[in-house]
Design a protein around this ligand. Structure first.
Ligand code: ZN
Length: 377
């Protein structure tokens, strides 16, 4: 197998695997890993249009077991005419490889696969696996979560997991992620009594009650941050009230609230806080909650230390540790083993002309290679 990540990244980008349709790109990954002695499992979940294809490849059955977690789906290219090169052509211009997924995260998958090809024998005795999902950018229900749940039920265990998402900020190696904030969404519906705006004493305006609750929630800080996390933050992301006529007080008003929270909170404590605030401003209200990932901090073990050292050796600088940004599929793995996230610089991800420096792509592969050598030595 090719041991340079550039041609591997190019062949992945040339498969336009727009989420949740990452399947075809998984064929490419399978065709690389099979000759290297990996047992390949395709794990599809969901039916019809919701069907998602995933790949789990494992080599070896001993300990320790290191898993690489990534995805082969990409976000849509948007207006293709705005790109300076076709988004699925994987053109190289100067030092830049241009294409959808170059950074997020076909480049990362290629870098890890190339590193394995160069260091295949190091893991003899232990186990290396790759979990590549076809649905990270989409709903993510039938992606990593479903694969991990199934494997855990079968008795699969991991000692550590490296997530290859683009965590670097300005340049490769400046940041690794050792945890993530939680994300909780609430849909709040306040009911009142409909009536004439000229006779408000005969009505009960739910908009006023809802606004009072939202005002309290948005002006009272949840906390000041913790050692590893920035302060929690609550945003109102939707507002809706029945507005049939200007002289009618509506019967109900709704808001959508999203909380990104740190390790001072949990789903239950936040739900209780929201209920308590709404109860003070409204008599008749309903709250519906949806958690899209609980807060976690996992990266403080052996893999994280080795990764930091490998980055410093390759780039000359130790990485900063971060827990910022959105959620990632690390949220499905942290309960099972040490998880740390490290990948390319994410400046251009999801944007027009997504691109990666070929030099950084090779350097990332060299860092992954060092980690493989160290982890199994
Ligand atoms: Zn990604």
């Amino acid at each position: 197998m090719e041991s340079d990540p550039l041609p591997l990244a190019q062949s992945l980008i040339r498969v336009p695997s727009v989420t949740p349709d990452g399947g075809a790109a998984l064929d490419v990954v399978a065709s690389w890993l099979e000759p290297l002695g990996f047992g390949i499992r395709r794990m599809a979940f969901g039916d019809g249009a919701a069907r998602v294809d995933n790949l789990y490849a494992r080599r070896g059955d001993g300990a320790p077991h290191l898993c690489f977690l990534g995805h082969s789906d990409v976000v849509p290219p948007g207006d293709e005419s705005a790109w300076s090169a076709p988004p699925f052509a994987a053109e190289v211009r100067g030092d830049l490889l241009i294409g959808r997924g170059a950074v997020d995260m076909k480049g990362g998958v290629a870098a890890f696969c190339a590193a394995i090809a160069r260091q295949l024998e190091v893991a003899d005795g232990g186990s290396v696996s790759l979990l590549i999902t076809g649905d990270e950018e989409g709903a993510a229900i039938f992606g990593s979560r479903a694969v991990i749940d199934t494997l855990v039920k079968e008795g699969e265990t991991w000692d550590a997991c490296l997530v290859g998402e683009p965590t670097s900020v300005a340049r490769l190696g400046d940041t690794i992620k050792i945890g993530r904030r939680g994300s909780l969404t609430a849909k709040a519906r306040v009911s009142g009594v409909q009536g004439h705006t000229a006779y408000p004493h005969l009505a009960d305006n739910p908009i006023h009650r809802l606004l009072a609750a939202l005002h309290e929630l948005t002006t009272t800080p949840l906390d000041d941050g913790t050692e590893h996390f920035e302060p929690s933050n609550l945003q109102v992301s939707g507002l809706l009230a029945e507005n049939v006529a200007a002289n009618v007080i509506p019967a109900w008003a709704e808001a959508t609230i999203n909380v990104r929270y740190n390790d001072l909170h949990g789903v239950e404590s936040l739900e209780a806080r929201l209920r308590e605030v709404f109860a003070r401003h409204a008599e008749d209200f309903a709250l519906e909650f949806r958690s899209s990932g609980d807060v976690f901090r996992s990266g403080s073990g052996r893999l994280t230390a080795m990764l930091s050292a490998a980055i410093e050796e390759e780039t000359g600088e130790a990485p900063a540790t971060s827990t910022g940004g959105g959620t990632s599929d690390a949220r499905f793995m942290w309960r099972h083993c040490e998880v740390v996230e490290f990948g390319l610089a994410g400046r251009t991800m999801h944007s027009v002309d997504e691109s990666v420096s070929v030099d950084e792509l090779r350097k990332l592969s060299a860092i992954y290679e060092r980690v493989l050598r160290e982890y199994f030595s």
